[in-house]
Design a protein around this ligand. Structure first.
Ligand code: R5P
Length: 296
């Protein structure tokens, strides 16, 4: 029987996973001393137990990462049989190469740190894998990247009366998510591409489909500053879209991202609860509980 522990980034999500999956929850105490150092204490017997440690590493990734490492290593020292690190939002994935001389390849360093935390397995949700074709290339321990796009698409189907819908990915990379959402909603999908009109002018349009008079859903993995989503919304409305809804897995929402997106003309914008936010209306608890049950 698997037990669940929530790090302080994902306390609520861990409770939801424990309820949905009927996994007992083991509480922890975690605090930061006045000097900024982290203190962690496991408040239960973990000897011989299998534990899923849930910690999404958003907005304050360094602090959540160190807490994760403290908990995970302590669990193993206390005799836990297995620790599955569930990291719904995996940070630093976009710095997966040295773009400029001298830069740290953050993803590589963070994945090594996670391995050193003594977890036996890693589970992530819609990890931003750009230069890697699989999460198995990122980690030297077993790892699985699951997608929340089906849940997002089902939410869209149940909550919006979409007229002549089309799913749009804002770039090549997002085609995988656009395609998957379109198969659930049984509609068209496409991705945006830049077309040069003249030396001075470029337009950003879908590769093949027309959005005129149609309800458009833009699907992406992350909304960070909201720039990608806001630009895409403006372009699609200019091209005659009836309504544009933004949807993503991870609502990082840095600064005024949400305001930017609504100001661009979004009809609505939704996300999952991998990152808690005002738009996190789709829960990944069921999906993660199901995945953990498969590992049980
Ligand atoms: C980029 O490749 C990602 O898939 C997202 O499109 C990007 O990270 C979104 O960032 P922002 O909200 O800052 O435009």
């Amino acid at each position: 029987m698997l037990n669940v522990i929530g790090g302080s980034a994902s306390t609520y999500l861990a409770y939801k996973i424990s309820r949905v999956g009927q996994f007992p929850i083991i509480p922890i105490e975690s605090k930061v001393f006045p000097d900024g150092e982290r203190y962690v204490r496991v408040l239960g017997d973990v000897e011989g137990k299998r534990i899923a440690l849930i910690q999404s590493m958003y907005r304050n990734p360094d602090s959540y990462l160190i807490e994760f490492i403290f908990i995970s290593r302590t669990l193993k020292e206390l005799g836990a049989k297995e620790v599955i690190g569930v990291i719904p939002y995996f940070p630093y994935a976009r710095q997966d190469t040295r773009f400029n001389p001298g830069e740290a390849v953050s993803l590589d360093i963070v994945s090594r740190l996670i391995e050193e935390s003594n977890v036996d397995k890693v589970i992530t949700v819609d990890m931003h894998l750009h230069r890697y074709s699989s999460i198995k290339e990122v980690f030297r321990i077993p790892a699985e990247n699951i997608s929340a796009v089906d849940e997002i698409a089902r939410y869209l189907a149940n909550n919006y009366k979409l007229e002549s819908p089309v799913i749009i990915g804002p770039d090549e990379e997002s085609e995988q998510w656009a395609k998957r959402a379109a198969s659930v909603l049984e509609c068209d999908y496409d991705v945006l591409e830049k077309r040069r009109i003249s030396a001075e002018e470029v337009e950003i349009v879908p590769r093949k489909v027309s959005v005129k008079g149609r309800d458009v859903v833009i699907v992406d993995d992350i909304i960070s500053t909201g720039g990608t989503m806001a630009e895409a919304i403006k372009m699609l409305l200019k091209q005659g879209a009836r309504r544009v809804i933004g949807a993503c897995t991870h609502a990082i929402l840095a600064g005024n991202a949400l305001e930017r997106i609504y100001r661009a003309g979004a009809h609505d914008v939704i996300a999952t609860d991998t990152v808690p936010s005002p738009i996190s209306v789709v829960s990944v608890a069921e999906l993660l509980a199901k995945t953990l049950r498969e590992h049980d």
